[in-house]
Design a protein around this ligand. Structure first.
Ligand SMILES: Nc1ncnc2c1ncn2[C@@H]1O[C@H](COP(=O)(O)OP(=O)(O)O)[C@@H](O)[C@H]1O
Ligand SMILES: [Mg+2]
Length: 162
């Protein structure tokens, strides 16, 4: 799907609508430069999940957690990671297994590890305020965003409950 937005609010609205379709374990892998609108889109995701906390960039914390909505939201900024090996250090698999939505800024840094993710690419269009948002891929968590070799079934992933 391709969307063209003309304000931060319109980009948030695309995220908000997408959030309503997401299932536990969903992974959103963003690509796009600084200022593209990844954090704005994530703010919309939070709203669409019924989360009321203020969404700020997790640049220094790597991950921000929001709970209390339809699903929890784990908002990652991978900018300071060198490779997907460092996903182990930040507890990525633990987050996946918590059955929330993982929204990952700078997924380029760990590309290869997020093969089952829903991909959201945001680019600048014309002028200062147009953005082209391309969404493709899987909508639900199925464990395939675990690093290779870690794809055993998890009791917390959808469809695996007793
Ligand atoms: N159509 C648009 N969608 C999203 N952000 C926009 C748009 N037009 C202008 N902006 C501005 O671009 C910036 C996007 O910032 P942010 O969401 O933090 O980007 P990123 O997380 O990708 O670095 C904000 O200052 C926002 O006001
Ligand atoms: Mg950001």
């Amino acid at each position: 799907m391709e969307y063209h937005t003309h304000s931060e609010g319109e980009t948030e609205a695309v995220g908000e609508a997408l959030a309503r379709t997401l299932e536990p374990g969903a992974v959103i892998a963003f690509t796009g430069d600084l200022g593209a609108g990844k954090t704005a889109f994530t703010r919309g995701l939070a709203r669409g999940l019924g989360l009321t906390g203020r969404v700020t960039s997790p640049t220094f914390t790597i991950v921000n957690e929001y709970e209390g909505g339809r699903l929890p939201l784990f908002h990652f900024d991978m900018y300071r990671l060198e490779s997907s090996d460092e996903l182990f250090d930040i507890g990525w698999e633990d987050y996946l297994r918590r059955g929330g939505v993982c929204a990952v800024e700078w997924s380029e840094k760990v590309s290869g590890a997020l093969t089952g993710a829903l991909r959201v690419d945001i680019r600048r269009g014309e002028g200062d305020s147009e953005r082209v948002i391309i969404i493709q891929g899987s909508r639900q968590g199925d464990g395939s965003s675990l690093p290779l070799g870690q794809q055993e079934p998890s009791p917390c992933l959808p469809g695996k409950e007793a």
